[in-house]
Design a protein around this ligand. Structure first.
Ligand SMILES: *[C@@H]1O[C@H](CO)[C@@H](O)[C@H](O)[C@H]1NC(C)=O
Ligand SMILES: *[C@@H]1O[C@H](CO)[C@@H](O)[C@H](O)[C@H]1NC(C)=O
Ligand SMILES: *[C@@H]1O[C@H](CO)[C@@H](O)[C@H](O)[C@H]1NC(C)=O
Ligand SMILES: *[C@@H]1O[C@H](CO)[C@@H](O)[C@H](O)[C@H]1NC(C)=O
Ligand SMILES: *[C@@H]1O[C@H](CO)[C@@H](O)[C@H](O)[C@H]1NC(C)=O
Ligand SMILES: *[C@@H]1O[C@H](CO)[C@@H](O)[C@H](O)[C@H]1NC(C)=O
Ligand SMILES: *[C@@H]1O[C@H](CO)[C@@H](O)[C@H](O)[C@H]1NC(C)=O
Ligand SMILES: *[C@@H]1O[C@H](CO)[C@@H](O)[C@H](O)[C@H]1NC(C)=O
Ligand SMILES: *[C@@H]1O[C@H](CO)[C@@H](O)[C@H](O)[C@H]1NC(C)=O
Ligand SMILES: *[C@@H]1O[C@H](CO)[C@@H](O)[C@H](O)[C@H]1NC(C)=O
Length: 588
């Protein structure tokens, strides 16, 4: 009886198997249906040199071979130790029909030959958008010989991430296999800037939370972590030559990042192909300096807050006070040279400056734009030149050029968030842009109000207590967004990519993983693979994405990140997504 069933089950094998569930989708791939097992002794070379598998290996310096060695070790360690047995991706109690029979016909992966075709340069490790070629090709023969070619070590890291995603752990616990041999992938990103913005000033995050986020970004081939490190609520970054700033401005004595922490975060990212860069938001959003340097700040905790800023406690730089400039000169002289070895960018902020603040400034006493605009122009010019002088490229929020008509350098990258025609307007003006349209890519939206209302008028007005950017941006909506939508080819060339944003009024480390993942993965695929599938010329389909994203989620959970579920297991266990999609299949 049983033996007659076996051939039938093996025919079902492919129908029940997952799609080639690589996330983000490679540019092109072909795959077969043969099984290969992976052994810890697989023979790995990098440009001809043997690389041993060394679990936990950390690069000792910024060196291509060290970085590739660590990438190889992480990839294998993930496959061998994360125990990803994908029972939830197959029909209930039928995992065994998908898993290879470990007792017969074992074909082993024999080798992984990594070839990097050009030498890395200094900019490989802290690239401006477009300065590093992240493309890679990966082939695996039916006999178990794999070849990974890439132009840069960063491309090698991207290819290793894909390699990781091909393997599962067998439920017996001691075998690791892929069912997709022979396989051939050619892959390259659509956009060079694929980022996450993390606000660590509204709530406090430990270094570990940031490193874990960098890990998951690497798995999703995302490459920019923008740390919005200060705001009016707290100042968690230590400036060693000005110890008072974080001592007074951080939420607690331990709620701060030392110079060493900052370097560790940047290096940790660098070794994973993730550039970690920082934002000191100014001249608004800087109220936390009131705790150490009240002479520089106006409107801190001004009442009612909504006349002076978007949320309490307000606080902006005085725009006509030489002490502000002296402070910034000293601070940048300390901070920027420490960031520059590991990043190409520094974000100088510039969002939501409320003109009213300067009415409280004894050096100005006006909210008239014709008075403030020249002061702001001078402020931006001065700070951006400091950023350039330190060897970094300035970034700014869209209000600086669009609302204040401040002229900025043609090197400056403008980050948009207000949506609408902003990307088109800015690229039309010739600016380089990264897109964080809040209607799609703000991951904090839809969590409701954090302001409390006494019973009465406010309560009635705010009922049912939605937040300013309701609704919640679920992954389908995030996935629908194309940063180059409605742009001309010339305009589209200026879009470097985008960032999803995690503003932290109601988010902290306890819930971080489930807020970011796997929703950032959806933006990650738009940014790596493109909203449009070049093979069909059509928008990418949710039906294709869903099982891959659900699988990616399970992989992320296995790898230690608390990503939120994409679907109920009933859906992931269905033969295909038909029952959990529209249009529905004939089965219903
Ligand atoms: C595996 O692929 C080969 C070649 O494409 C095909 O002939 C064969 O039917 C496939 N096997 C299964 C079980 O689908
Ligand atoms: C990948 O393969 C394509 C097609 O053969 C080739 O044009 C490209 O240069 C290869 N890329 C790498 C990084 O080897
Ligand atoms: C500026 O303050 C006035 C009250 O003095 C207020 O009516 C107005 O809404 C404020 N403007 C902004 C942009 O908050
Ligand atoms: C800025 O301050 C100086 C004095 O330090 C004053 O002469 C000048 O009028 C102020 N500018 C504005 C726009 O208020
Ligand atoms: C300036 O202040 C006046 C008076 O408070 C207010 O009516 C006006 O809206 C303010 N202008 C701006 C640009 O905020
Ligand atoms: C900036 O320019 C726009 C369009 O020319 C204008 O509507 C706006 O009032 C200007 N803003 C300032 C602050 O000068
Ligand atoms: C950018 O600005 C610099 C300095 O103003 C100038 O030398 C350069 O030609 C400009 N580049 C472009 C592409 O406009
Ligand atoms: C493709 O996606 C864009 C948004 O990126 C949307 O505006 C457009 O309607 C979609 N096209 C189709 C045919 O669904
Ligand atoms: C697309 O861009 C054109 C200008 O080129 C503009 O008139 C139109 O409103 C835009 N459409 C959408 C949907 O944004
Ligand atoms: C999915 O299942 C439906 C019936 O349940 C079937 O008609 C359809 O062909 C299947 N699609 C794929 C891609 O297997």
């Amino acid at each position: 009886m049983f033996s007659r069933l076996v051939p039938i089950l093996s025919v079902l094998l492919v129908a029940l198997g997952p799609v080639c569930a690589i996330w983000p989708a490679p540019r092109s791939y072909t795959k077969g249906n043969s099984t290969l097992y992976l052994h810890q002794n697989i023979y790995i070379t990098y440009n001809g040199e043997f690389l041993p598998y060394m679990a936990g290996y950390v690069p000792q310096s910024i060196n291509s071979k060290e970085i590739v060695q660590a990438g190889v070790s992480r990839a294998l360690e993930s496959i061998f130790t994360d125990k990803f047995v994908p029972w939830m991706l197959h029909k209930r109690n039928r995992l065994s029909t998908f898993e290879p029979d470990v007792f017969k016909g074992q074909n082993w992966m024999k080798s992984l030959k990594i070839v990097q075709t050009t030498q890395d340069t200094a900019s490989t490790f802290k690239p401006l958008a477009g300065e590093v070629d992240e493309s890679y090709n990966l082939t695996i023969s039916a006999q178990g010989d794999a070849t990974l070619t890439a132009v840069s070590s960063t491309g090698v890291l991207r290819g290793l991430e894909t390699f990781t995603q091909l393997f599962y752990q067998h439920s017996s616990g001691t075998f690791w296999y892929t069912n997709d041999a022979p396989l051939s992938i050619q892959d390259a990103p659509k956009f060079p800037h694929r980022g996450v913005l993390l606000d660590v000033a509204r709530n406090w995050y430990g270094v570990d939370d940031i490193l874990r986020t960098i890990d998951a970004m690497g798995w999703n081939k995302m490459n920019r972590l923008h740390i919005h490190v200060t705001d009016s609520q707290s100042w968690p970054i230590d400036i060693p030559s000005m110890p008072e700033v974080a001592r007074e401005g951080a939420y607690c004595p331990d709620c701060k990042y030392s110079a060493e922490d900052v370097q560790n975060m940047q290096l940790y990212g660098l070794y994973r192909g993730v550039e970690v860069y920082f934002e000191i938001d100014m001249p608004g959003h800087i109220g936390s300096l009131e705790w150490s340097h009240p002479e520089l700040i106006v409107a801190y905790d001004a009442f009612p807050y909504y006349w002076w800023c978007a949320e309490p406690p307000c606080g902006a730089f005085k725009l006509n006070d030489s002490r502000v400039d002296a402070f910034l000169e000293k601070m940048f002289d300390d901070l920027l040279p420490r960031l520059e070895p590991y990043a190409a960018y520094f974000h100088a902020g510039g969002d939501e400056l409320n003109a009213n603040d300067s009415m409280l400034d004894p050096g100005i006493r006006s909210n008239a734009t014709e008075v403030l605009q020249p002061l702001l122009q001078k402020f931006v010019d001065t700070q951006h030149s400091r950023v350039r002088k330190a060897g970094l490229t300035p970034m700014t929020w869209e209000e600086i050029p669009l609302d204040w008509n401040v002229t900025i350098g043609n090197d400056t990258v403008v980050q948009t968030w207000l949506g609408g025609a902003s990307v088109k307007t800015l690229t039309g003006m010739g600016h380089k842009v990264i897109d964080s349209d809040y209607n799609y890519w703000y991951l904090d939206c839809g969590r409701g109000q954090w302001l409390s209302m006494e019973n009465g008028e406010a309560y009635q007005n705010f009922y049912p207590f939605g937040d300013w950017c309701d609704p919640f941006k679920n992954w389908h909506l995030i996935y629908s967004h194309d940063p180059t939508f409605n742009l001309t080819a010339d305009e589209a060339k200026l879009v470097l990519g985008g960032e999803v944003a995690i503003w932290s009024e109601q988010i902290d480390a306890v819930i971080l993983d489930g807020i970011i993942w796997p929703r950032a993965s959806a933006a990650g695929e738009v940014l790596w693979s493109g909203r449009i599938d070049e093979a069909t010329g059509q928008n990418r389909s949710q039906l294709d994405a869903t099982p891959r994203l659900a699988e990616m989620r399970e992989r992320m959970v296995a790898r230690g990140v608390g990503a939120a579920p994409v679907q109920m297991i009933w859906c992931t266990q269905a033969d295909n997504a038909t029952e959990c999609s529209y249009p529905m299949g004939p089965g219903l």
